[in-house]
Design a protein around this ligand. Structure first.
Ligand SMILES: *Cc1c(COP(=O)(O)O)cnc(C)c1O
Length: 339
């Protein structure tokens, strides 16, 4: 095999071809064995249900090359469980945890040469994606599905140190309805958020902060990140049926407890924003993106948190990365050592 030279530090968050991907197909009421293929393409009928009715879901997780040279997959079983709940919500066949975990492990092993070395800040991003492929015209659940797990090396989210971002509150467009699909990881939620995201970007904001769709009173999510605020020794994060249960947020809540902070899962009214000492978004891509400024596009209110990352956010970030890169003991059993 010819090894092309890779400038790992120059990688962004983009698709980059690797060697193989893993697939399972569901037809005639049962799943196939795992298939490993070099093919990046799929052949699909133009009337496949995913194309017309959005019967599609995905996941995102990372594998890290640690300080000890070992490769760790972070909380892969939690991603598998969340994939199952998304599949149930979309009436898709539900793969087993083992099927999903096995495919992730296989994809990491077989793409070893694409795992960025330790110290580059880069990692191997895994993208499980699943969709209905039944040919038809009427709206009904798919009887056939394809589950693919592929990967792509991605660069460090913050190239020159963790930096706070400006976000904007938008009440004109919602991401997810209270009893809709906000709590599952389905493509439709993203499609619905693009327009407000573009509006935010054109005004110079990195992300849109979404409020609850029913009353526009409570904070929900920040772009494709969960939200958290820090004040008075507490880690506070929104409780809502339309927030995606972030695995990073779940991990940060545990680490916050480990640090002696109190953790509150509750509704967070917009009026509480000025009282936070620090706030940020969290997710697999960046772990934590601190929020430096929030602008309310409808009321013109501005909330500022400074241009430096807060002390608590920084410690949470460091503690999580230390576990992911094998620098700290994995006391909660979050990592699967792949090799
Ligand atoms: C994926 C996602 C997150 C982050 O979840 P992680 O499991 O931490 O990566 C947050 N919000 C939304 C809407 C998401 O789709």
């Amino acid at each position: 095999m010819v090894m092309e030279k890779t400038d790992w530090s120059a990688l962004g968050f983009d698709y980059r071809k690797t060697d193989v991907n893993a697939r399972y197909t569901f037809t005639d009421g049962k799943w196939s064995e795992m298939e490993i293929t070099e093919d990046e393409y799929i052949r699909m009928h133009m009337s496949a249900s995913c194309l017309h009715y959005g019967i599609e879901l995905f996941e995102g997780l990372k594998a890290f090359r640690g300080v000890d040279g070992k490769v760790r997959l972070f909380r892969v079983e939690d991603n598998a469980r969340r994939l199952q709940s998304s599949a149930e919500r979309l009436c898709l066949p539900v793969p087993t945890i083992d099927m999903i975990v096995d495919a992730c492990i296989e994809v990491v092993k077989r793409n070893e040469r694409h795992i960025p070395p330790y110290g580059t800040g880069a990692s191997l991003y895994l993208r499980p994606v699943m969709f209905g492929t039944t040919v038809g015209l009427g709206v009904k659940p798919a009887k056939d599905a394809l589950l693919i797990v592929y990967c792509s090396p991605v660069g460090a989210y913050f190239k020159s140190g963790i930096k706070p971002m400006p976000v904007a509150i938008d009440r004109e467009q919602d991401r997810a309805a209270p009893r809709g699909t906000g709590d599952v990881k389905v493509g439709g939620n993203y499609a619905a958020s693009l327009l407000s995201g573009e509006k935010g970007h054109s005004l110079g904001y990195s992300n849109i902060m979404y409020l609850d769709a029913a009353e526009h009173k409570y904070i929900e999510e920040c772009g494709a990140c969960n939200f958290f605020g820090i004040k008075e020794g507490k880690y506070i994060t929104p409780k809502s049926p339309s927030v995606l249960p972030s695995i990073t947020n779940k991990s940060l809540r545990q680490l916050a407890r480990d640090m002696g902070l109190e953790v509150e899962d509750r509704r967070i009214p917009v009026e509480e924003l000025p009282t936070f000492e620090e706030c940020g978004g969290c997710g697999t891509a960046a772990v934590i993106t601190p929020i430096g400024k929030i602008f309310d596009m409808q009321t013109n209110a501005v909330y500022e948190y400074g241009s430096e990352v807060g002390k608590v956010s920084m410690e949470l970030y460091t503690r999580l990365q230390d576990i992911q890169y094998g620098r700290a003991e994995d006391i909660h059993g979050w990592c699967t050592i792949v090799m």
